[in-house]
Design a protein around this ligand. Structure first.
Ligand code: ATP
Ligand code: MG
Length: 390
């Protein structure tokens, strides 16, 4: 693909009111951070458009792929730069159109004249270019109301021509809607859950429970790999690796086996909340979906919910596994998620977990595990924090 620069359009909704400058500034910062690994870019906003110009010949396809993952961008238009003369604009527009399949298509030209010293005004420029383009492609037809192809010409410091509008990631810029703490396992669901909340502009901080030596270093690496893939969308992220073995062994030792999984999940939620409080997290996120496994029945969800005061976001709650898998393939986490490393939840699973535990019996069971609050604090004190992403 040939593109000298990209023009990014954002959704209308987020533009309203006083939030616009904050929204725009965050989006610019996020784009700059995301493109750092590709090359040097000029990134600036003008008239509700963001301009992304490579300054040292960065690969256009790679740049586009990266921009497609930035939340807050509704559309991306790869544009070609040319001199501000009618002949040059014509030549560039013709080259752009040659890349399109024109058979039976209709088109129109739209012009924007930011540089008022340009001799033709916008409607006159559009009409002039329309005529010139037709002389090159006599079978093209003009349709000003509902064209298949819109040739855009913008007259600024230079002239820009573009014909393509590529769908962006949508959503809102990460960082414009606070911060949440995601319980990130190595499975399929939680990375998708994190992606969905980040799409609404929420910055993520991840917590992973590791049961060394029952879970291997490979299992930990897998979670970090998943977090790394997520950062293409969510921006950089810290992953708190929490040593969970001692807590699990205590639960096995002290509590009824049939309640093991739910008590373990309650301990995870409590720890996640401690991490959230320490790092400014305003909510917890999990990858749970109603009824998917024994620990995700309505009763179990209530039981895990009731030990924390922060809101718990479960964006996958009403989704089928198939729908979740589809998103995980789209965002590129699936292949890593299905690697067969054990998770701390799967190594100590009771044969017959209780699917309908009551909160009262859980509270009673946890009394047998007297000093758990202390152990939770110790686990957080012994966390390993790893930064992933830019
Ligand atoms: P996932 O595919 O996200 O692992 P799951 O279907 O395997 O989900 P569970 O194992 O019951 O379901 O876990 C439910 C949720 O609890 C996960 O989505 C995740 O948010 C959290 N969770 C589970 N295990 C861990 C872990 N080891 N570290 C951090 N969070 C975890
Ligand atoms: Mg899991």
């Amino acid at each position: 693909m040939k593109a000298d620069l990209f023009l990014l359009k954002y959704g209308e909704l987020a533009l309203k009111g006083l939030n616009k400058p904050i929204f725009e500034k965050k989006l610019l910062d996020n784009i700059k951070a995301r493109l750092k690994k590709i090359g040097n870019f000029n990134v600036f906003a003008a008239q509700s458009t963001i301009y992304v110009e490579g300054t040292d010949g960065a690969d256009a396809d790679e740049t586009l792929e990266s921009l497609k993952k930035v939340f807050g961008v509704a559309n991306i238009c790869p544009a070609v730069r040319c001199a501000k003369t009618l002949d040059d604009i014509e030549k560039t527009a013709v080259e752009c159109l040659k890349e399109e399949d024109l058979e039976g298509k209709t088109f129109k030209v739209e012009a924007k004249r930011e540089d008022k010293s340009f001799p033709l005004n916008s409607p006159a420029l559009a009409a002039e270019m329309g005529g010139r383009i037709l002389s090159h492609f006599p079978r093209l037809k003009v349709d000003v109301h509902n064209p298949d192809i819109t040739v855009m010409v913008e007259i600024r410091r230079d002239a820009f021509v573009y014909t393509k509008k590529i769908k962006g990631a949508g959503g809102m810029p990460v960082g414009t809607n606070g911060k949440a703490t995601i319980l990130l396992s190595g499975g399929i669901d939680s990375p998708v859950a994190g992606y969905m909340i980040a799409k609404r502009g929420v910055r993520l901080e991840a917590v992973h429970f590791h049961s060394h030596p029952y879970t291997s270093d490979r299992a930990k690496e897998k979670v970090l790999d998943l977090a790394k893939i997520m950062t293409d969308y969510c921006g950089n992220m810290r992953v708190h690796i929490i040593p969970f073995t001692d807590i699990q062994l205590e639960i096995i030792d002290k509590c009824p086996k049939v309640l093991l999984t739910v008590i373990m999940r309650r301990m995870m939620m409590r720890i996640a909340q401690i991490v959230a409080e320490k790092t400014g997290g305003q909510a917890l996120i999990t990858g749970e979906s109603i009824g998917q496994v024994a620990s995700q029945t309505m009763e179990s969800l209530n039981a895990t919910n009731s030990v924390v005061t922060l809101p718990v976001f479960r964006p996958l709650i009403g989704m089928d596994k198939e729908e979740i898998v589809k998103i995980s393939k789209e965002i590129g986490t699936y292949e890593t998620s299905i690697l067969p490393y054990e998770d701390c939840c799967t190594i100590f699973v009771p044969k017959h977990p209780k699917t309908k535990p009551t909160i009262e019996e859980l509270v009673e069971a946890e009394k047998l595990y007297e000093n758990f609050e202390e152990m939770l604090k110790t686990a957080v004190e012994n966390e390993e924090v790893i930064k992933v992403g830019e």
